[in-house]
Design a protein around this ligand. Sequence first.
Ligand SMILES: Nc1ncnc2c1ncn2[C@@H]1O[C@H](COP(=O)(O)OP(=O)(O)OP(=O)(O)O)[C@@H](O)[C@H]1O
Length: 272
Amino acid sequence: MEALLKKEKQLIPHLAGKPEMLVCKDIRKVYPTPKGDYVVLDDLHLSIKKGEFVSIIGHSGCGKSTLLTMIAGLNEISGGNVIVDHEPIRGAGPDRAVVFQSPSLLPWLTALQNVMIGVNQVFPKATKAEKNDICKYYLNKVGLGNDFNKKATSLSQGMQQRVGIARAFALKPKILLLDEPFGMLDSLTRGELQDVLLEIWQKEKITAVAITHDVDESIFLADRVIMMTSGPYAKIGDELIIPFERPRNRKDVLEHPEYYDYRGYLMDFLNH
Ligand SMILES: Nc1ncnc2c1ncn2[C@@H]1O[C@H](COP(=O)(O)OP(=O)(O)OP(=O)(O)O)[C@@H](O)[C@H]1O
């Protein structure tokens, strides 16, 4: 518990001296409804360093997806600014890749072709062989080295989400945005994909923001867990730095003497 109380003083070694990659400044989101305006988010501030992995937790309906889709540029911002790499965003762009709960692959295309769609857009000047290499590299990384040419319809849900992860990394984005990426998977597959995600992230050290309902997942993945208050007028309620060593493996994290202190802190926030 001591460690938690001293959280401001803790440094995550791989973030030391890193600049800010994502800043959400005075964010406000209002949805017009038949009963009048609904203010989901208000006065929300968030700053994330280059290479940091942040998890966001909060009660259902508090506005997590709203925040993530605004960062992605897919949802209009009612007030404030989202700043990526020191530039305010103007709509969506390949600098922010999103992995949704459902990967929504094009069913008539193969795994490789699904990854290639984005790669073609982002690297128009690359040769066909170079683009093939990028797609195959990431499909290999997610464990689909033998499945490049399988149609999306013949892939299991877990395999489809592996393609979704490969597709996002292949864009070489500045920020990876994950909205409950493993929410539809059984717990075994979920664990496997968490490992896959962390393995690639560990290598690329890309800035990542993941929404999750799973407190254990939020700890396992993140350098910092952001806790959102319940809406309306939701904002950041608290945050917890997770200083566990990287690269991480599940067994070591679960057996860490302070693991249940961290878990308890987050559960307490959600239960109050
Ligand atoms: N287009 C919309 N119009 C009106 N209200 C909306 C719209 N989209 C979302 N909302 C409302 O805004 C609030 C936040 O929704 P959001 O999906 O961002 O929450 P969430 O925290 O991601 O929820 P969950 O954890 O259940 O996915 C909810 O009350 C939701 O009903």
